[in-house]
Design a protein around this ligand. Structure first.
Ligand SMILES: [Zn+2]
Ligand SMILES: [Zn+2]
Length: 111
């Protein structure tokens, strides 16, 4: 004989509250992305919307990497190494992390 797990009104309403809260947070971050609310900070960090919003999970420790455009060898302060060096990302308006265009535009040439 098993005892069935029962949900009372409070438990159900708590779940509804959690679901509503989730929806609210999703809509808020959606708005932040669509309106590009932190654009100035984002561009200062030379990041595309996705990398700015998501952020990579990084391990601690200086890590060597090679820029995907100019092949310069660089050192980054953690293991989530960028795809590009600062110069190449700025010159081409690309995200330093993933090399996407910072405004999601297709580019015709690499400078
Ligand atoms: Zn470079
Ligand atoms: Zn990116």
């Amino acid at each position: 004989m098993s005892i069935k797990h029962r949900l009372d009104l409070d438990a159900i309403n708590l779940r509804t509250y959690a679901s509503k809260d989730w929806e609210k947070r999703i809509l808020e971050s959606y708005k932040t992305i669509v309106n590009d609310q932190n654009r100035e900070i984002r561009l200062k960090l030379q990041l595309c919307k996705r990398c700015f919003q998501g952020g990579k999970i990084a391990g601690v420790g200086f890590t060597q990497y090679v820029c995907g455009i100019c092949s310069a060898t660089l050192v980054f302060h953690n293991t989530a190494v960028p795809e590009l060096c600062e110069d190449c990302s700025k010159t081409n308006d690309l995200c330093i992390q993933c090399a996407a265009h910072v405004d999601n535009k297709m580019i015709k040439e690499i400078k």
